[in-house]
Design a protein around this ligand. Structure first.
Ligand code: NAG
Ligand code: NAG
Ligand code: NAG
Ligand code: NAG
Length: 380
């Protein structure tokens, strides 16, 4: 028994591939200054939380207003390699990038995959579409060599976008989904599954560290867990069901009083969402509790009050994960502080909360495909 544990530790510390992530700003100015909320949502919204199952080959992601940061990292596709900046997203399962087939104006402001310039490219006739809250993405499936740092997945199925809206002005070219294959809309084996199956990684595990203060320093690591990115113990939480990075949450409380998730609810751990999302009524309730005022879709408090606000405590698997006010209240260009909580427009029967980057900057997260569980620890 003991040597097994030891072996695991050795494997975990070896052969980890670290991919640096850069935190990039999304211009929030456009929204408040022009007060064109609908346009803003359409053009800049960014949240990849999936609300429908992939049976029909269609995913619905609510496109909501966002806070002001996303984390992107580089991958390459093709031979010779062509580089793309993607969001590594735990809520979806497909990789897609803009392509030569793309007829939307937005594609011209992003890196475009030139399939005719890759000797390893193979075309398929399979099309797919992903519908977002106020935009769509349509594409065709191709296969090529995809590289994430030193990790190589040959003949990897991925999407080449033919039409896309909702990514205008976004500092990212495409999305790399790290969720289970169940949720794939391109229908191919997701890249992490291929790396796992091909034995390219020592452990079927990846992990995220999102830097709190600096634009650089964030990282997604594959094949193991680098302990220097967290402190204390790593708490493991079993998934509700193998097939989605979703866990059971016991309650959400403030100053010891339960304010949401009475009797338990579901939490999706989502690196592709920037905020915390929950049912509108419950988000509104928490905002009232904080004394935050609604302005458009957002809730604000005076920044001078932030130090007096309580933490919002998420209890998962019996362990409390407090989110201090300094983490959920963010100063914007108006000088006020907005609360980084959003109403989730997706309609699911179970009460579901999305724990996005605002939560993940506080808590280092590990995604263990071998044991179908998520690990959380205090980020350094
Ligand atoms: C991604 O590549 C671009 C261009 O080569 C580079 O400027 C940027 O620093 C890279 N980003 C990361 C996170 O490595
Ligand atoms: C690939 O196709 C694009 C668009 O048609 C064209 O501009 C480019 O020159 C082509 N590249 C090669 C190597 O033929
Ligand atoms: C795609 O469809 C065309 C015509 O419909 C067919 O000729 C071609 O063989 C198909 N290619 C693949 C890879 O299925
Ligand atoms: C995902 O697929 C696995 C088998 O590969 C299955 O056991 C599981 O129930 C599926 N999960 C969901 C959420 O569909």
């Amino acid at each position: 028994m003991k040597w097994l544990v030891l072996l695991e530790l050795v494997a975990f510390s070896e052969c980890i591939v670290n991919i640096p992530l850069t935190r990039v700003k999304i211009m929030r100015k456009t929204r408040s200054e022009k007060n064109m909320l609908n346009n803003f949502l359409k053009e800049h919204a960014y949240s990849l939380y999936q609300t429908s199952s992939p049976g029909s080959n269609i995913a619905t992601h609510p496109l909501r207003n966002i806070e002001d940061m996303v984390y992107v990292g580089n991958i390459t596709i093709g031979t010779p390699p062509q580089e793309f900046q993607v969001v590594f997203d735990t809520a979806s399962s497909d990789l897609w990038v803009p392509s030569l087939f793309c007829t939307s104006p937005t594609c011209s402001s992003h890196a475009i995959f030139r399939h005719n310039e890759s000797s390893t490219y193979r075309h398929t006739n399979k099309t797919f579409s992903i519908i977002y809250g106020s935009g769509t993405m349509e594409g065709v499936v191709g296969r090529d060599t995809v590289r994430i740092g030193d990790l190589v997945s040959t003949d990897q199925p991925f999407g080449l976008s033919m039409e896309q809206s909702g990514f205008e002005g976004m500092p990212l070219d495409g999305i790399l989904g790290l969720n289970y294959p169940n949720l794939s809309f391109t229908g191919g084996i997701p890249i992490f599954d291929n790396l796992k199956n091909q034995g390219a990684i020592s452990e079927p595990v990846f992990a995220f560290y999102l830097s709190k203060s600096k634009p650089e320093g964030s990282v997604v690591m594959f094949g193991g867990v680098d302990k220097s990115y967290y402190q204390g113990v790593l708490n493991w939480v079993p998934l509700i069901q193998a097939g989605d990075w979703r866990v059971h949450m016991n309650r959400i409380s403030m100053e010891g009083q339960t304010v949401a998730c009475y009797g338990g609810c579901e939490a999706l751990v989502d690196t592709g969402a920037s905020a915390i999302l929950g049912p509108r009524k419950l988000v509104d309730k928490i905002m009232r509790f904080l004394g935050a005022k609604r302005r458009g879709f957002e809730h604000y408090v005076s920044c001078s009050l932030v130090n007096t606000l309580p933490s919002i405590d998420f209890t998962i698997n019996g362990i409390n994960y407090p989110l201090p006010a300094q983490a959920y209240a963010i100063k914007d260009s108006s000088g006020d502080c907005f609360i980084n909580f959003e109403a989730n427009p997706g309609s699911t029967s179970a009460e579901t909360w999305v724990l996005g980057d605002v939560f993940l900057r506080q808590y280092f997260s590990v995604y263990d495909r071998g044991n179908d569980r998520i690990g959380l620890a205090q980020a350094v």
